[in-house]
Design a protein around this ligand. Structure first.
Ligand code: ARG
Length: 430
């Protein structure tokens, strides 16, 4: 169906949209050009934790984003409660409600490019995040590889009608110490997404002689890599399989997305999920063992669509993890944290659980925060309950609008990839 039809839902279906002009709300001291340049020049690839003081980061962009096609790793569906986020001519972001149910009835999952004003709204919030971070003295890079997301893919093993977008660098590539590691990726339409970052990675690699540039083996993404019946299982059967940690990917080839990883110094935690299998975690464990890094599998038996750890289990500082109250960690996996005296802090229910109609993520994007240091986190501006909780724990919470990015695969942690933090390979689990 033609995408240009999507924004044309009858006006009567829209509840009066809450308007919010984009504000640059950050009162941190501004650094001048010279100190910013000095900070950038000093940067070397180094990130061992999720919370070390952030020095350099990549912020994604939504340019030319396409709807993810249906594939063996993803059955996209319209979020029927969902609304739409777009940009008005005056530059304000409008969240219109109630379009999801209409679209679900009339068109089903669309194909092709997302509407320009949806893309513009996301880009405006991504640009704002970049500006907020720069004003705090953090060097920010943006992807610029020129991949045409409309281009179909054809390999010896699979076809995909189009690609996706560069909004979520977190999913694609991970920094582990001085290693920039390209993930294998689980979805066909994301197979070449890393090329949007390759100019940048090459440039950093040339500038930083200590950086190691590695890529996990690319899987075939052939049919045998997927459990094709999985999406068609009856709900109870699917849930039974999930509690057994059996998902839409098989264990045939090592697979992981970068966002399945959380770093805590010498220890790396990887979620067994729809996007990372046991072979993928084993590959990471063997690859990282020589550098002394211990890789642990994390399981969340009640996460019914597990993919990417950052809406489920978010380490905030040594000894503290923000956890999802609806997705408790498996008892045996919690033991590592309990033994080292770590505390789990349950996120509150989202203050605003609504997401755009095309969002494939859960309401728990609310807890998808980006740490700027062990004391400062960036959170979505409407998530007031979370702000209060974090502030009570002693964090400064930087609040930014980000809901227009939600349908592009994630929130603040997903849409970033940290290149440099002040931290080291410390043992937080002695
Ligand atoms: N599966 C997660 C949820 O819906 C969404 C994760 C988004 N994270 C990301 N890095 N893209 O709860």
């Amino acid at each position: 169906m033609a995408l240009s039809l999507l924004p044309l839902a009858p006006l009567s279906l829209r509840t009066p949209p809450p308007r919010a002009s984009l504000r640059l709300e950050d009162d941190s001291p501004r650094l001048n050009g010279a100190s910013l340049a000095a900070a950038a020049a000093a940067t070397r690839v180094n990130a061992w934790t999720e919370w070390g003081t952030l020095r350099e980061v990549v912020v994604g962009d939504a340019h030319n984003a396409h709807f993810p096609p249906r594939s063996p790793a993803l059955r996209p569906a319209i979020n029927r409660e969902g609304g739409q986020c777009f940009l008005e001519p005056d530059g304000s972001v409008v969240e219109a409600e109630g379009i999801g149910a209409l679209l679900e009835r009339s068109v089903g999952w669309p194909a092709g490019r997302k509407a320009q004003r949806t893309i513009d709204a996301a880009n405006q919030q991504l640009d704002n995040l970049a500006a907020v971070l720069r004003r705090r003295g953090i060097a920010v890079r943006r992807p610029s590889g020129g991949v045409d997301w409309s281009a179909p893919i054809k390999t010896p093993f699979f076809d995909a009608p189009n690609q996706y977008c560069a909004t979520c660098p977190r999913d694609i590539v991970a920094t582990i110490g001085n290693v920039v590691l390209e993930a294998s990726m689980s979805r066909r339409d994301r197979y070449f997404e890393v090329y949007q970052y390759r100019d940048m990675i090459r440039e950093i690699w040339r500038a930083d002689p200590a950086m190691l540039w590695k890529a996990a083996p690319k899987p075939s993404c052939a049919d045998r890599m997927y459990n094709s019946e999985w999406w068609d299982l009856r709900t109870e059967e699917r849930y039974a399989q999930m509690r057994n940690y059996s998902f839409c990917i098989t264990n045939e080839e090592p697979i992981f997305d970068a966002a399945d990883i959380m770093r805590c110094g010498k220890d790396i935690f990887v979620q067994l999920s729809m996007t990372a299998n046991a072979a993928g975690i084993e590959w990471l464990a063997r690859e990282l063992a020589p550098s002394g890094v211990r890789v642990h599998t994390l399981r969340f038996p009640y996460d019914l669509a597990p993919s990417h750890l950052d809406c489920t289990f978010v380490p905030l500082r040594p000894g503290l993890v923000l956890t999802n109250p609806e997705r408790p960690i498996a008892e045996e996996d919690a033991a590592t944290f309990a033994a080292a005296g770590w505390r789990f802090l349950d996120a509150p229910q989202p203050t605003n659980p609504s997401r755009p109609w095309a969002s494939q993520s859960s309401k728990w994007l609310s807890m998808n925060v980006l740490s700027l240091s062990p004391r400062v986190v960036v959170a979505e501006e409407q998530e007031v309950a979370l702000h209060r909780l974090l502030e009570a724990e002693g964090f400064e919470v930087v609040k930014v609008p980000f809901r227009a990015v939600y349908e592009f695969g994630g929130s603040l942690h997903c849409a970033t990839w940290d290149l440099a933090r002040d931290d080291c390979c410390e043992d937080f689990f002695p």
